[in-house]
Design a binder for this molecule. Structure first.
Ligand SMILES: Nc1nc2c(c(=O)[nH]1)N[C@H]1C(S)=C(S)[C@@H](COP(=O)(O)O)O[C@H]1N2
Ligand SMILES: [Mo]
Length: 435
């Protein structure tokens, strides 16, 4: 790692090109991306160009051209990620670096709650399966997992529950993720279900399946563990819930859980335990660190922005909401008016699949369908593309909006404010300067 940067707040504060943020009088707050400016004149001034479709620019919209940070950092085996925090380490991937169909290991975000294990030996690593619903505790080496159970490969979306948190207004504490705490690698491993069944666990009493990992608490205390979460037994027994030792045919990156982790596609990343040493089949809803309110919970019923919500009114997040990303081109590009522009991206929706992706060039007045591919397998993100041309010169925004097969679609503005800033699935938009 080269530098230390604490959050995207600092990018705006330090980058002279982004001094514009100060005109909002809230420079400590990156959220202004979907916040408010005074009117079309200031919108034009901000983007430094004439705005195409001036009539439909929503009142007070902050231009997408100011949204993306250019900061990047270096960690071995990772390329172009943006560092949010280095203790614990948290880094996200800029949208245009997520353009691959299958996310390469060097482009997968990192979300650590504690300190990763210092030395890892895959040969001696073991996974223990225990819990109230397991009569005889079992232990497996990675070699045993590889040889005793059917090996499977799945492309599964891993997205942090707090992805998009930076946009919440009023702001909420936690890593200020913008767009890139998400990826969809191909995972190599076995079905969690097959291993659980091998223990002969008690189907009648099993309620929840929890993970324990080898990372240690940020305080240095040996008596505390950073995180131990889980999923209801139904999700644990899903055909596509996995224990994995590899990514894209290679090893897991050391920050992504090498040598063993869980992957539950489409659920908040926090359930996909890294550096996996133990899985417990519980006869109650798991009560490990970061299971209790307010962690990874949202108000059971919608609340007004800024509300204080009692612990008992917070519900555990299950599947993640419908969402899409524009991964090509990069926001802010210059394009010439006569030529076509290829737009590309991905879309995903928890346990469901995507029905359509629509694009708008006129701030949401009209929408056209993008060409959408079927998923490689359940809970893989789906690729979409579209070729567009711009009728005039000026400042444009391309907006993308996905709808899933249950009819759920993405909101244009920040949805359901919640105290911890989870589940922001507002539409992604990019800026294009046409000349
Ligand atoms: N043992 C352990 N597992 C963990 C975490 C952690 O800090 N420790 N972080 C969780 C969270 S909050 C997320 S979003 C994902 C991130 O996975 P990644 O770092 O491989 O992208 O891992 C989850 N599993
Ligand atoms: Mo997360």
């Amino acid at each position: 790692m080269k530098r230390r940067v604490r959050g995207i707040h600092e990018f705006f504060a330090r980058d002279p090109e982004r001094a514009d943020w100060e005109i909002f009088g809230r420079k400590s707050h990156p959220l202004s991306r979907r916040g408010f400016v005074a009117g079309l004149a200031s919108f034009s001034a901000l983007v430094g160009a004439r705005v195409a479709y001036p009539a439909t620019v929503p009142q007070g919209l902050i231009p997408a051209s100011l949204a993306d940070s250019t900061e990047s950092f270096t960690i071995e085996g990772k390329d172009g990620l943006t560092l949010l925090n280095d203790r614990p380490l948290n880094a996200e991937t800029p949208a245009h670096l997520l353009n691959d169909d299958v996310t390469p290991a060097n482009r997968l975000f990192i979300r650590n709650n504690g300190i990763p294990p210092l030395s890892v030996d895959p040969k001696s690593w073991t996974l223990t399966i225990d819990g109230e619903s397991v009569e005889h505790t079992k232990k497996y080496t990675i070699e045993e997992l590889k040889t005793r159970f059917e090996n499977i490969e799945r492309q599964l979306v891993l997205e942090c529950g707090g992805n998009g948190r930076a946009e919440f207004d009023p702001p909420v504490s936690g890593n200020q993720w913008t767009l890139g705490a998400v990826g969809c690698p191909q995972w190599n491993g076995v079905r969690l279900k097959d291993v659980l069944e091998d223990t002969g666990f008690n189907h009648d009493s099993a309620v929840y399946v929890a993970f324990y990992g080898a990372d240690t608490h940020i305080s240095g205390s040996r008596d505390r563990i950073p995180i131990s979460r889980g999923v209801p037994i139904k999700k644990a027994l899903d055909e596509d819930s996995m224990i994995v030792w590899g990514m894209n045919g290679g090893e897991l990156h050391e920050m992504n859980g090498h040598p063993l982790r869980l992957v539950f596609g489409g659920w908040p990343g926090s359930v996909s335990g890294k550096w996996l040493t133990r899985v417990s089949v519980r006869d109650v809803v798991h009560d490990g660190p970061k299971m209790a309110s307010p962690s990874y919970r949202v108000p059971c019923e919608p609340v007004a922005p800024g509300s204080v919500v009692e612990d008992e009114d917070m519900c555990i997040i299950h599947a993640m909401p419908v969402k899409s990303l524009i991964t090509s081109p990069k926001s802010g590009i210059k394009h010439s008016v006569g030529s076509n522009l290829d737009i590309r991206g991905h879309a995903w929706s928890g346990d469901a699949s995507i029905e359509n992706v629509k694009l708008s060039l006129d701030f949401g007045r009209t929408w056209t369908n993008a060409k959408l591919e079927p998923p490689a397998n359940r809970m893989a993100w789906q690729h979409w593309e579209h070729t567009i041309s711009f009728p005039t010169t000026g400042y444009y925004e391309v907006w993308a909006r996905a709808t899933d097969d249950l009819g759920r679609t993405q909101p244009m503005v920040l949805p359901n404010w919640n105290p911890k800033g989870y589940l922001n699935n507002a539409c992604h938009r990019i800026a294009v300067y046409v000349s």
